[in-house]
Write a protein of this length. Structure first.
Length: 367
């Protein structure tokens, strides 16, 4: 078993992130080696996870009481109703604080499961097994948990670090090209806020990464996780530096919410569009050079030519977008807080724009 290990150290908890293959087959040994002791475990999974993986988990975790919970992991189901259903399952099976919750699925499963693990009796042990590229490079590291409501995305949640993360490359083989592109959106974002050599690696090996070819996919995941690890260790609770990870997300979350979190636009696709919008805004504000902007835009074109704002929205949608941007959790005043890019590995935090400024910018994009 060829394993890459990243160790994340935060004020609240230290934990390993394993990146490799065939972790499910060896899950019992991995749990024992990481000294996770429990009597019961609940396995929470997305209905799209092949049953063979769930059966394998149940079979390989020896001598423990096992409960399963399945749900349809859509943004619309990332809500209190799902969390309450999980909590009821835990109460009915009399789980104690010493027991274990295992999440296997994409970012939604991890976010909802982590939130439930945090608030059930003030904290269960938690293993996250991200099954999508997006979750492996982003949401599985850093401890952000949360759910959506009618006011926007991830506005209710906590910080709760897992005890162990298992990023199994084998699980990516069953994903569609669209899902891989979604994960690539976060990988690209991370490459823009670290040394330029990571972006150069993506440029050179983009097709191989999108085709989930080894060792290119592993290197892309590892480099992305290293960026996330570095930032989370410096700023676990998003007081300053961690806001860097929101590059592209102010627009992205508004795009998703405006479409009512429909399947027309997945999170990673929204991030790619959000990156383009925030880099374009950076250029219009004379923050990034035209050369750097075009280098990034040319790379974006090679990923998916359909991900243009005017393919999803019309001018009449701007007011709705602005409402969601105004309620963004990064805002500290009546203005809209947006992260802009100055250069590779150089972003500007806490830039504030009036509603009118962003309205004019969106109007221009949709003209």
């Amino acid at each position: 078993m060829n394993v890459n290990k990243i160790f994340v150290k935060t004020e609240s908890k230290n934990y390993p992130v394993f990146i490799g293959k065939d972790f499910l087959t060896n899950i019992d040994d991995i749990i024992k080696k990481n000294n996770l002791k429990f009597k019961k475990c609940i396995i929470i999974f997305d209905k799209n996870i092949p049953k063979k993986y769930i059966n394998l988990l149940k079979f390989k975790i020896k001598n423990k009481d096992k409960v399963i919970f399945q749900f349809n992991s859509s943004e619309k189901n990332k809500n209190f109703k799902t969390v309450i259903s999980i909590l009821e399952k835990l109460f009915k099976n009399n789980f104690s604080r010493g027991d274990l919750l295992i999440a296997i699925g994409g970012g939604i499963v991890g976010d909802v499961s982590g939130f439930a693990a945090n608030i059930y009796k003030r904290g269960l042990k938690f293993i996250n097994i991200p099954s999508t590229l997006l979750a492996q490079v982003d949401s599985s590291i850093g401890g952000k948990t949360g759910i959506n409501n009618k006011f926007g995305k991830n506005l209710i949640g906590t910080f709760y670090q897992p005890d162990l993360v298992l990023s199994d490359i084998s699980l990516l083989k069953s994903l569609s090209k669209r899902e891989i592109i979604c994960g690539y959106g976060e990988i690209l974002k991370h490459s823009l806020i670290t040394k330029k050599s990571v972006f150069k690696f993506l440029k050179k090996n983009q097709k191989k990464i999108l085709n989930v070819e080894s060792p290119f996919i592993e290197k892309a995941i590892i480099e992305s996780c290293k960026v996330k690890k570095y930032i989370v260790q410096k700023d676990e609770k998003e007081k300053g530096l961690r806001k860097l990870l929101n590059l592209g997300h102010t627009f992205a979350h508004a795009f998703e919410a405006t479409l009512n979190f429909s399947k027309k636009l997945n999170h990673g696709e929204a991030v790619l569009m959000g990156l383009k919008s925030e880099i374009l805004l950076s250029y219009k504000k004379k923050i990034i050079s035209k050369k750097n902007m075009l280098e990034i835009f040319n790379h974006l074109k090679l990923i998916d030519t359909k991900l243009e704002i005017n393919n999803f929205f019309k001018k009449k949608d701007i007011k709705k977008m602005l409402r969601f941007m105004e309620s963004d959790k990064k805002n500290t005043s009546s203005k809209i807080n947006i992260i802009l890019l100055k250069d590779f590995n150089k972003a500007i935090l806490n830039l504030q724009f009036t509603k009118k400024e962003i309205e004019n910018f969106l109007f221009e994009q949709l003209s």
